[in-house]
Design a protein around this ligand. Structure first.
Ligand code: BGC
Ligand code: CA
Length: 358
């Protein structure tokens, strides 16, 4: 790992010397580019490469739309924002990053397929002299310490998933044990539906939602703990199977809203009424989830503020383009959502999507 970075740094230094010797611009960050198109906006001659782990992901598609929309509002041209979906395949993502680098994009914004692919992506970007902003899926601590150690133009924008797990636990605690313990056996029977394996958000949300409940003195009785891959249909099938096997929970903790909605639909199809027979919490604040929170079918969710995250990511990219530095971790706050503020959050996200649709 260390050798990898030493090699990278030496190579970048060599390239710098050679290019400077040729009398060419050594700035890969846009200032040396032809900005003749810039009459429409300050960055209209600047290109941005965006890679999203999977564009069909409900949350990432909202995130991506907002990111593109915000970049355009900041003066980038839509034609110079190249967005790739990586089909949840790290080999596909690596070849997309290689292609974007060979097309000489000025900056990269990447939602990595997993944290292990990040080392190779960083290496490609640093060797190509292209600043890099990771979003949503945090590369490992070791990887981030190298950005710091070698002062690389690489950063991560995201939230601390521990907070979202704690908020899920608190949303349930707010109901009180008496309400949650429907069968009055002194324990809370629950399903845990997890995101992707080895994903930091999934791991922290699972761990912290549960520990928040346990630390408050609730005895938690797990009836089912399965991976739903962040996906509505998968969670629907998992839940329908659990119900068919007679495992009837009082609580469902889903690592995201898509899976929470999948679970709710399975309960409805089996004749249970979520909000009365079972209490479901998710994360993200997808519009459909907010509607369900307002209607009482879903107990609550946690706003995974893709508006701030996408704007922070674009702002970080812009700072790099202007030869400024960024912190190597740019954080963002989650917001707890229950029936009292669901409508308010709904207006925030619908105003954003109305802007994105323009
Ligand atoms: C979101 C999920 C999404 C995942 C993608 C999480 O932060 O809550 O909905 O599927 O990111 O990485
Ligand atoms: Ca019980």
């Amino acid at each position: 790992m260390k050798n990898r970075l030493v090699y990278m740094i030496v190579t970048v230094m060599l390239c710098t010397v050679l290019l400077a010797g040729c009398g060419k611009s050594i700035d890969f960050r846009g200032s040396g580019k032809d900005n003749s198109l810039s009459s429409q906006g300050p960055y209209s001659g600047t290109s941005v490469g965006v890679c999203i782990y999977q564009l069909s992901d409900n949350f990432m598609s909202l995130f991506c739309d907002e990111l593109v929309n915000y970049l355009i509002s900041q003066g980038f041209s839509k034609d110079n924002i190249i967005v790739y979906g990586s089909s949840n395949d790290q080999a596909v993502q690596l070849s997309q990053v290689e292609e974007l680098i060979s097309r000489k994009v000025d900056v990269l914004i990447v939602n990595p397929v997993n944290s292990s692919v990040a080392a190779s992506i960083t290496e490609l970007a640093v060797l190509g002299g292209i600043p890099l902003v990771y979003i949503n899926r945090e590369p490992g601590a070791e990887e981030e310490s190298y950005w710091e150690q070698y002062d690389l133009d690489v950063t991560y924008v995201g939230c601390d998933a521990r907070q979202s797990g704690i908020y899920q636990g608190e949303l349930l605690l707010d109901m009180g044990q008496d309400v949650l313990d429907i069968n009055k056996d002194g324990k809370i029977q629950y399903y845990m539906i997890e995101g992707a394996p080895e994903n930091i958000d999934a791991g922290y949300r699972t761990m912290y939602s549960l520990s928040t409940l346990q630390n408050a003195g609730l005895e938690m009785d797990c009836l089912l703990d399965e991976v739903g891959n962040w996906d509505m249909t998968t969670a629907n099938l998992i839940t329908a199977k659990g119900i068919a096997e007679g495992r009837i929970p009082e609580v469902v903790i889903a690592n995201n809203d898509a899976m929470a909605i999948g679970a709710i639909n399975a309960f409805l199809a089996a004749g249970y009424m979520p909000g009365r027979d079972v209490f479901v919490v998710g994360v993200d604040a997808l519009p459909t989830a907010l509607e369900k929170v307002s209607q009482g079918q879903m107990l609550g969710t946690v706003f995974n503020d893709y508006i701030s995250q996408s704007h922070n990511a674009a702002d970080a990219a812009i700072r790099y383009l202007n030869s400024e530095k960024n912190e190597h971790y740019i954080g963002c706050e989650y917001i707890k959502v229950d029936a009292s503020n669901a409508d308010n959050i709904y207006s925030i996200v619908s105003a954003a999507s109305a802007g994105a649709a323009k």
